[in-house]
Design a protein around this ligand. Structure first.
Ligand SMILES: *Cc1c(COP(=O)(O)O)cnc(C)c1O
Length: 383
């Protein structure tokens, strides 16, 4: 039963078989499994197009490139995210700005985004990267209205939320990454994420123009499509038309992704069940404050806030429960401080960071393990 990590991948016999079959096939890198995974993932999310890439960070980088981020451009994101959500702008020479969070949800506060946009002339900012933090979907309908009003593009960082959704003003469920409101959305298949392939990522979109750009950028900026080439010297001929990268996801990992995708709904249902059990336990413990839930929450993380976070973290470690902190605010990282950001710039994010702890949540966590975690937390806050 012990130790208990905060997150863990779940690998089945079917997963092993899918990878072995691909290893023994003719293709290790760009084979038929890549297109199959892309097509099945797009269908799952409800987007028109999907592009499999090396990891979530590569996905963010390609999105920023496809949308034309360059020196002199400014992009807004949240300080409570993994650094890659902000770093992708810097990779392209752009400038990162932050808007503070809504303390009830941990998500970027769109009212703060509006205040930031209104404090500058129109055209000062080019893009917004909201994050479906912990698995709770950002209201992208509102974000789109803001983006249209101020002329911004939108990248939805959905790494935490495959299968999550929010309900729009018409009462329709809008799945994270479905491309209805955001120009592009990205996912990661890092081991703690819902679908775990080790390394791996996906970009989804409904925009054919961006889809074409992403395909080129993923593979060195090279095309082999005769319809797109300037000339054709023969069967071997291909053209490098722009500066791209090798950001491909290999066939054997996409085979693992396809196998895991088949269990995605099952895993999501278990995450929601565990979250509801935590909610019920902590409702009786006023010293433990959970982040707000919602019907479409995908529960990548279950975050609690307590007065003595370091105390609880250390206490749980002694009990062999390995909780984690998500996240250290990006603007307080030494690299970002060198860019001029300072402690105190985003007080809600910093207050949240001082108290937050992600406790174990993953589909194979047993009820018995969860009860143990709850007992440990209760023991700590009541002593
Ligand atoms: C995991 C994650 C990433 C980066 O994904 P990698 O596959 O690890 O590169 C980006 N953004 C968020 C919010 C993440 O959780």
């Amino acid at each position: 039963m012990l130790p208990i990590p905060y997150g863990r991948q779940h690998i089945t016999e079917a997963d092993l078989q899918a990878v072995t079959e691909t290893l023994l096939s003719d293709f290790l890198t760009q084979g038929p499994k890549v297109a199959e995974f892309e097509q099945k993932f797009a269908a799952y999310i409800g987007a028109s197009y999907a592009v499999a890439v090396a990891n979530g960070t590569a996905a963010l980088h390609l999105c920023a490139l496809a949308l034309g981020v360059a020196p002199g451009q400014r992009v807004i994101t949240t300080p409570i995210t993994f650094a890659a959500s902000a770093n992708c702008v810097l990779y392209c020479g752009g400038e990162v700005h932050f808007a503070d969070i809504d303390p009830a949800t941990g998500l970027i506060d769109l009212a703060q985004v509006r205040a930031l946009l209104e404090a500058h002339p129109r055209g000062y900012f080019q893009g917004l990267i909201p994050v479906d933090f912990a698995g709770l979907a950002v209201d992208l309908e509102l974000a789109r209205e803001l983006a249209d009003e101020f002329g911004l593009w939108l990248i939805e960082d959905s790494c935490h939320a495959p299968g999550g959704f929010f309900t729009d003003s018409q009462g329709r469920e809008q799945r994270c990454g479905n491309g209805q409101f955001a120009d592009l959305a990205i996912f990661s298949f890092h081991p703690v994420k819902h679908i775990a392939t080790g390394e791996g990522g996906m970009i989804t979109t409904n925009r054919a123009d961006l889809y074409e750009k992403l395909l080129m950028l993923r593979t060195h900026g090279i095309t082999k499509d005769p319809a797109k080439m300037h000339r054709n010297d023969g069967g071997w001929y291909m053209e490098m038309q722009q500066l791209g990268y090798n950001y491909r996801m290999p066939d054997m990992l996409t085979a693992l992704g396809i196998s895991q995708l088949q269990r995605a709904d099952e895993g999501l249902a278990r995450r929601r069940e565990l979250a509801a059990q935590y909610d019920a336990a902590f409702a009786a413990l006023p010293q433990v404050q959970a982040l707000a839930g919602a019907p479409g929450h995908a529960y990548h993380l279950y975050v609690v806030q307590v007065a003595d976070r370091k105390g609880l973290y250390d206490f749980l470690r002694e009990k062999q429960v390995f909780a984690q902190v998500h996240y250290i605010p990006v603007h307080t990282m030494p690299y970002y401080q060198e860019l001029g950001w300072q402690p105190g710039d985003f007080p809600r994010a910093e207050h949240y960071y001082a108290h937050c702890l992600s406790i174990p949540l993953f589909p194979s966590l047993t009820d018995e393990q969860q009860q143990y975690v709850i007992r440990c937390i209760r023991e700590f806050v009541e002593r």
